[in-house]
Design a protein around this ligand. Structure first.
Ligand code: FAD
Length: 411
């Protein structure tokens, strides 16, 4: 069977490409190895600028119960020693709390409604391209032919592997891959109202287990989403279950978790923590979302980048279809567009990640005292700023705070 475009992976990035291309009348096949609705290990924090997508904003405004659990307007960032806390209460949403099972299913449904064909429970084994066609081979040996393949299969995407080999790019290394583990606990609305408030406070504990990452609690409607993460190489060296229990005990001691809660279903997944793949396109191929490495190196947030890259990819592919030109040269604009929109921000977030992991106590201490830095700090965390443009401004504010609070020891 022939298609214009085959999308491998029906997470947020893949279903977005499928939706936008199908709306333009393109013949799309969306494939996923799992049966939907499926869950995906995730914090389920959806940054506020997701509302720039009309169809998602429309849902939030008109049918929030379709996928929205709660809205976080307060955030606490706690230093490793727990001596300092940056506590920020916002008048507007900081982020939306969702649960991936519902959210991803809704996005797939958007794609199907737009006309995409959806093939679930089918693993893609291999892909390859020639000058005339692109081929997708399933684990059951069935083959599909198309004009363009979109790699949307997450961190270890099969299409990205093919592109890497074809372009002679380096293999993914452990030190660049993140790993996060998470579990959700149904503790009831009443408990959450009491401990986290109607503002659904989020908790971030920096460098939990001395990892270059953090632990978190995101409070949904009646469920707490609790997890932690760091680089894969570091995670391999620790006792993950024990460290998770330590975090639960820390929360219990402070009244953030009922004493009866016990971990039963801790699950984990990789994420491309540092750095996108150098080339996110080649002849007849484009990579989106985690497959391309689009995740904030500071927080691990990737849903917004997944959806935005999916939308950009759909626009570039649609133009390529009009011209009937699927060469790397024709698909190159994809990389230009995402680089201009947030590619440089991802690079500077990497810089802030290093800085924060080096001086977490100082960062949180300054953030707890300096209202301007507090706002910057939170904005960095929720992915709410053009970091590359104001990098120098942020650094000078930190240096100023160093002199005020550490050298002259005021406050
Ligand atoms: C524990 C954890 C917590 C996180 N928390 C947050 C958060 O709070 N907020 C946030 O914004 N981001 C978060 N992220 C990151 C976020 O989950 C990803 O950035 C996002 O899911 C990327 O979407 P995607 O569509 O690119 O990939 P995915 O969501 O990973 O989807 C890929 C899809 O491809 C399918 N697939 C893979 N291989 C194949 C194959 N060979 N054949 C067929 N199908 C295949 C998979 O089944 C999957 O459905 C978190 C990540 C982790 C691991």
């Amino acid at each position: 069977m022939n298609y214009d475009v085959i999308v491998v992976g029906a997470g947020p990035s893949g279903s977005t490409v499928a939706k936008f291309l199908s709306e333009k009348g393109v013949k799309v096949l969306l494939i996923d190895k799992d049966k939907f609705p499926r869950d995906k290990p995730c914090g389920g924090g959806l940054c506020e600028h997701i509302t720039e997508f009309d169809y998602i904003r429309g849902k939030i405004e008109k049918n929030p119960s379709d996928f929205l659990e709660s809205i976080c307007i307060r955030s606490k960032i706690v230093s490793p020693s727990a001596k300092h806390t940056t506590d920020y209460l916002s008048e507007t949403p900081l982020f939306y709390n969702i649960r991936r099972k519902k959210f991803d299913h809704m996005l797939v449904q958007f794609a199907i409604d737009a006309g995409a064909e959806f093939l679930e429970s089918c693993k893609v084994k291999e892909v390859f391209t020639t000058q005339e066609k692109a081929v997708v081979e399933l684990a059951n040996n069935k083959e599909f032919i198309c004009k363009v393949i979109v790699g949307a299969g997450g961190t270890y995407d099969v299409v990205a592997n093919y592109l890497r080999k074809k372009e002679g790019l380096k293999k993914k290394q452990g030190k660049y891959i993140g790993m996060a583990v998470v579990e959700e606990f149904k503790v009831g609305e009443e408990f959450i109202d009491g401990a986290y408030g109607k503002e659904r406070t989020s908790m971030i504990n920096l460098k939990h287990a001395n990892l270059n990452g953090y632990a978190w609690v995101f409070s949904k409607h009646d469920v707490l989403n609790i997890g932690f993460g760091g680089f894969n190489d570091e995670m391999k060296k620790i006792d993950i279950k024990k460290e998770f229990k330590n975090y639960l005990d820390f929360l219990k001691m402070r009244g953030y978790l009922p004493k009866w809660v016990k971990s039963k279903k801790l699950i984990g997944a990789p994420l491309p923590f540092i750095g996108n793949i150098k080339k996110t396109y080649t002849d007849r191929i484009i990579l989106v979302g985690d497959a391309a490495g689009f995740v904030s190196p500071l927080t691990g947030e990737g849903i917004h980048y997944a959806i935005d890259s999916g939308k950009i990819a759909s626009e570039v592919i649609s133009k390529a279809l009009e011209k009937e030109d699927f060469s790397a040269q024709s698909l190159k604009t994809y990389q230009h567009i995402w680089m201009k929109r947030w590619g440089k921000d991802l690079e500077s977030l990497r810089f802030f990640h290093r800085l924060l992991m080096r001086y977490p106590e100082k960062f949180v201490k300054y953030g707890s005292k300096d209202e301007k830095l507090k706002k910057i700090f939170i904005d960095l965390f929720i992915g709410n700023m053009n970091t590359s443009r104001i990098k120098c401004k942020i650094v000078s504010r930190i240096i100023m705070d160093f002199f005020i609070y550490d050298v002259f020891r005021r406050g």
